[in-house]
Design a protein around this ligand. Sequence first.
Ligand SMILES: [Zn+2]
Length: 233
Amino acid sequence: MKSTSSNLTAAITAILLPLPLDTIAKDPEHADAHPKVSPTEALARLKAGNQRFVVSKLEHPRQTAKQRTELATSQHPFAIVLGCADSRTSPELVFDQGLGDVFVVRVAGNVLNDETVGSIEYAVEHLGAQLIVVLGHERCGAIKSARETIAAKTEAPGHIKSLVKAIAPAVESTTGADAEVTAKANEVNVAKALRESAPILKEMVEKGTISVVAAHYDLDTGAVDFLKDAPAK
Ligand SMILES: [Zn+2]
């Protein structure tokens, strides 16, 4: 009886599932070939993983050789994180996630440039991720450098000046406040710019398909504070 029942379930499932389009079948990595995770669900998964990290009850999910093999030919990350390059802030670690879970873009100060925006657009368009987290953090060296350079009315050496230029609006809007306020302003500015200035993302945000949230990581506690500038839908 049991096998008849499961055969019947399989047959019904096969009938109900839409046939894949040729283009999708040929490209198993295409976003439409895999069920998507909503921004709300994605945010809940990240929050749960961060809670495990904070209390040191890690699951280290999806890191076995078997799971690595399963992921070898396609990926369907449920979230995108634009994080700082700081060695203490690895998103896979602070959110206790595994292979294939999070599409991570990292650059000092979690700032935008053509390549970081292009990477995020790729993950949304081709991989189907619907939540973008801009993850800054406590005691960020890039934020500190930008504040000091601007306060001294000087210029940072080499290409560091491009980071200072990108962070400058947050520094200028938080004069007199402490560095964490500047870091949070930068996180909010970057999230806002992704929502409003990147055409592909702007259209999907307006349709309610994707969400962009700003977040701040606490180096002392390990907790990620999701800022309230625009909650995930
Ligand atoms: Zn940093």
